[in-house]
Every structure is written in C-alpha cells, then in structure tokens.
Ligand binder design. Structure first.
Ligand SMILES: C[S@@+](CC[C@H](N)C(=O)[O-])C[C@H]1O[C@@H](n2cnc3c(N)ncnc32)[C@H](O)[C@@H]1O
Length: 180
C-alpha cells in the first residue's frame, strides 16, 4: 500500500548544502543515515556519488536496493551492536528526521577528515504543530552545536519555524570535521 511518506521531496536545505560542498574527488561517498524511503539517497544516486543507505526497515530499503550506486543496509541502529559502517569513510553523512541521543556522538567517527555532517530534524516547539511531540525526538536549542563542536566546525546553523512543506520547528546544522 502507498505510504504518505513515499512521495516526500528531499529537503531543499540538504540538497543545497550538498551542492555547495566542494570535495576534490572523483566519487564522493555519502551515507544516508536512517534513510527511510530514500528521498535523499535516490535524489543523489543520479549524480556521481557512492551512496550507503542504512535503515532498520527492509520494506523501505527495497525502494532503492537495486540502484547501482546505492548500497542499502538493513540494520537496527539503536542497539549496542557495532554499526556495519566504516569509520572515517564518508565525505558526507546526512541525517534527517531521525534522532537517537544515546548514540548520536558515534556519527562523528563515520565522517572522514574534512568531511561533512548535515543534520536536520525536529526541535522543541514542534509539539505545537504535530508529531513528533515526544522530547526524545526533539532537539533542544543549540543541541547539534554542543554535541559536535569538539570535533566539527559549524558552517551553518538554524533553529526555528519553517513553513514549507508544512509548519514545523526544526534544527539544521552543517558541520565540517576538524583535522586531527
Ligand atoms: C521519519 S523517518 C526519516 C527517513 C529519512 N531520513 C527522511 O528524512 O526521509 C525515520 C527513519 O528512521 C528509521 N529508524 C527508526 N528507528 C531505527 C533504528 N532503530 N534503526 C535504524 N533505522 C531506524 C525508520 O525506519 C525511518 O525510516
């Protein structure tokens, strides 16, 4: 059955950030973390990128598992098991509409030196507009900065109301990994 989220467009912000990022490499490696129905990895698959997409839900991964340049991994990211991902491997890690605080810092080790972490998800205040309304899924103001500032430089940050595609309170942050 067709699901509400299947036709959701990629985030304009994510797509713009990716366009702006200049990495001197033939094929940029992107990790779409908790990739869902693949609105970002499918959009990027048409470009010259090597994409890994990971999600716990095989039904969602089935939408893009056959794309040549997407490696789709079915895995529960919220256990203590080692993630089946390579450390310091990805030029860009993107996380959208997903938050699991107990392991959020582990995202750091996935990004390679000088690579980028693009994070966009709901933040406190969103409960006025609908779901998610549970604090476990809502970032606190500045939370992405305080979580990652030891290892990343902040390139851009926003926390507040957006009106499109619907009214939501979100936080988005583009972070660039510091050199060791
Ligand atoms: C709201 S969707 C967002 C999907 C995608 N990032 C996007 O923005 O379109 C959240 C995704 O997180 C995945 N997810 C939730 N818990 C997970 C877990 N424990 N391990 C892996 N993926 C999980 C869900 O299957 C779902 O696809």
């Amino acid at each position: 059955m067709k699901n509400l989220y299947m036709d959701t467009k990629p985030s304009d912000w994510i797509m713009k950030q990716i366009k702006k990022i200049k990495i001197n490499k033939e094929r940029i490696k992107v990790l779409d973390f908790a990739s869902g129905y693949g609105r970002h990895c499918i959009a990027l698959a048409n470009e010259k990128k090597l994409i890994t997409a990971i999600d716990k839900d095989q039904d969602k991964l089935d939408f893009y598992k056959d794309y040549k340049n997407i490696k789709a991994i079915c895995f529960d990211l919220e256990t203590n098991e080692k993630w089946p991902l390579i450390k310091n491997e990805y030029d860009i890690v993107l996380v959208t509409n997903y938050l699991y605080r107990p392991r959020i810092k582990d995202l750091t080790y996935l990004v390679n030196e000088n690579g980028y972490l693009l994070y966009e998800t709901f933040s406190e205040g969103n409960e006025k507009f609908g779901k998610p309304s549970n604090n476990n899924y809502l970032l606190k103001e500045n939370e992405l900065i305080s979580t990652f500032e030891n290892d990343f430089n902040v390139i851009s940050y926003f926390n507040g109301l957006i009106k499109e595609p619907k009214k939501m309170i979100i936080q988005r942050c583009c972070l660039k990994k510091k050199t060791a």
